[in-house]
Each structure stands twice: as C-alpha cells, then as structure tokens.
Design a protein around this ligand. Structure first.
Ligand code: SF4
Length: 357
C-alpha cells in the first residue's frame, strides 16, 4: 500500500494528533539547569568524568564491553567478535533528518556512524559499515572535533550510531569536546545489546537512550543476529537500566528532545520481531507513557534474501496489527510519524473496503 505525499501531510495535520502528548506539557518538568547543560557537564565539573574515561579504557585490555565478552586485548591489537580496533573508526558524521522528529528539529540530528558492530544482523541496512567495517580510524581528539563541528552547524544533539564497542573512545572525546565548548546532549543509538554493568558507566553522561528492541524470542535472535540467543533477556535488562538513568522522553519549548528513553521496534514480516510480546512487555514493565517508535521500514537487505521468512517487506496489515496491539496495551506515547502512517493505512483500508462493496 503506497502513501502519497498529499496523504501524509493531510493525516499529519488532521488525524495524527490523537495519541500524542503535546511538547509543552512535558517541558514543564525540566529544571533550567537540565535545559542548559547536558548530563556530562555536571559529571565533568564534579571530576567524575575523567575517572569514568579511565575505567572505560581499562576494559579494552580484556574486552568485556558488550554481552559477547570476547576478552580480546584490544590495546594490543587483538580484535574480538565486533572486529573493532582500539582506535575509534568513523564512517561519516553529518546532520541526519530521517530520525525521530524530536531529535531532528530544524537543524538535524548530529549523527556519527561508527564502523563495525557487536550484533551483526543478517538484514542489516548498514552492512558495508557494520559488517565490512568501512570507515576511517581516527584519534579521540578528531572525534571530539567532529562533535564540535556538528554543534557549530546547528545540530540539536550528538547521535552516536552503534556506539557499544567504542564507548571508551566516545567518553574520552566527549570530555575533550566539552572543554572546547560542546553542550549538546548525547544520544546513545544502540541495538540494545548492552551489558547493564557497562551502561552504569554511562549514568550521568548520556541524556537520551535510543535502543532497539529487535526480537522477543531467543531462537529468532540467534538465527538473525549471529547467534545472540541472549538478546531478548539482555536487552530487556538494558532498557530497564536506561529508563532508570534517564526516565521518560522530555523535550524543550521547541519540541527538541533533551532527555529520556526512546525505544525503537522494527516490525518484521511474519511476526518475527514478536511485536505483541514487545508492547505487552513495555506496558507491564515501564511507564505506559514511555516513548515507543513502532517502525514500518523493514526492507530486505544484506543476507535477508537467504531467509524465506524475512525476504519481503511488511504488509500494511502487519503494521496496522502492530500499532493496534500497542494501543490495546495502553501505550500512550507512540512516535508521531508511526501514528500518522497508521492513520493513513487505516484510511486507505477503509476506502478499499468501501470500494469492494
Ligand atoms: S565490544 Fe567487541 S571485542 Fe568487546 S566484547 Fe564486544 S564483541 Fe568482543
């Protein structure tokens, strides 16, 4: 089912508001300090950020940064499952206008795409970067300069894409950039495959967590994400920890995200992602007003062609049922664009049904 530009604009204006919380109602909960300074500023002033950088870097000696816990000595040039060196590798740093609306604003989300990945899914859309490791090794000072550049050109945040395996470099670069004037919040844009022990090192540094929740069944996770059978259980714990650290999604007067948890869930063909279980888990475990983005943009990429269950796009019906489950569970802060798409599909279906009569 195709969405026309006219449909999208009309539904955004006319139909899309029913499930949304207006930005101004969330803005009131923020203190002036929270609005002016990112979380890491306070930690640096307290002298804690330098300690965290040291602690994080020490993990490279026997890498346990992610649930794979390879134990590779990355300081000595060994590479673990993610194939990442000790130096940070970056593919591109640029404003991105395709992220969630509250991250994009007018100036864009300042995305930094890191090379390599600790999950490596068969349907990866960034496979040249994540699987093949395309990108350039740079020093932490250079990474700090990229952050400053993104701030200078008007981005609203530093959006760290696939950050898990380079977390120590990110902390160090953030500290360097802070002293050069960085004041943007950090967005930790992760597959969700994170260890709680490691996330605790980010407490008070990251303002916005943007994790995926890809599957609810370990057999699916193992099959499509390189044997990561513990993904559902590990990621659930990680998301609970993220919520503890930053709480619910909050925006400033302009509607720009300044803090909080935003969960992404990609609907997959043939219910592979376990969407019904996912929305129920969120509703039972986290506040019902947790920001959830039910995404419809699954496409067949990389090696997905080898798996009949996932070698097609999702249907409108699959997306509609996913959104309906979320609403039935009482989730009240669904991503505005998903709501708009839901409304468009529903309208098109109603038209189609009428046409059939
Ligand atoms: S970050 Fe990479 S090297 Fe470290 S434990 Fe994970 S997969 Fe292994």
């Amino acid at each position: 089912m195709e969405i026309t530009r006219r449909d999208f604009i009309k539904c955004s204006l006319v139909l899309g508001g029913s499930l949304l919380i207006p930005p101004s109602s969330l803005y009131g909960a923020l203190s002036n300090a929270e609005l002016q300074y990112p979380a890491y500023a306070k930690l640096e002033v307290e002298g804690e950020l330098a300690l965290r950088v040291e602690q994080a870097y020490s993990i490279f000696a026997e890498c346990q940064l992610c649930p794979r816990q390879c134990g590779a000595n990355r300081q000595d040039g060994e590479r673990g499952f993610c194939r990442a060196p000790a130096k940070v590798m970056v593919y591109v740093a640029q404003p991105h206008f395709g992220e969630e609306v509250s991250l994009v604003g007018r100036g864009g989300s300042g995305t930094i795409f890191f090379s390599n990945c600790n999950l490596r899914c068969v349907f990866c859309q960034n496979w040249p970067i994540a699987h093949e490791g395309q990108g350039k090794e740079i020093r932490d000072e250079h990474l700090a300069d990229l952050m400053i550049h993104l701030q200078k050109i008007g981005c609203h945040n530093i959006n760290l894409v696939t950050p898990t395996h380079v977390m120590p470099n990110i902390l160090n670069a953030t500290r360097i950039a802070f002293h050069k004037g960085l004041r943007l919040p950090l967005v930790y844009n992760t597959s969700g495959y994170e260890r709680v022990e490691i996330l605790k090192l980010l407490d008070g540094i990251v303002d916005i967590y943007l994790p995926d929740m890809k599957y609810m069944e370990s057999a699916k996770a193992a099959k499509y994400s390189s044997g990561a059978s513990d993904y559902p259980e590990v990621t659930k714990k990680a998301i609970i920890e993220m919520n503890r650290q930053v709480g619910e999604h909050r925006v400033d007067k302009r509607g720009i995200a300044v803090r909080g948890l935003m969960i992404r869930h990609l609907v997959m063909p043939n219910r592979v992602a376990g969407t019904k279980k996912f929305v129920k888990w969120v509703a039972d475990t986290l506040p019902k007003s947790t920001y959830v983005n039910i995404m419809n943009q699954y496409r067949v990429d990389y090696k997905a062609y080898n798996y009949p269950e996932i070698w097609r796009a999702i249907t409108a019906e699959e997306f509609l049922e996913a959104m309906a489950w979320a609403v039935e569970c009482g989730l009240s802060n669904l991503d505005p664009r998903s709501v708009t798409i839901y409304n468009i599909y529903s309208r098109q279906q109603r038209r189609g049904t009428k046409g059939d009569r």
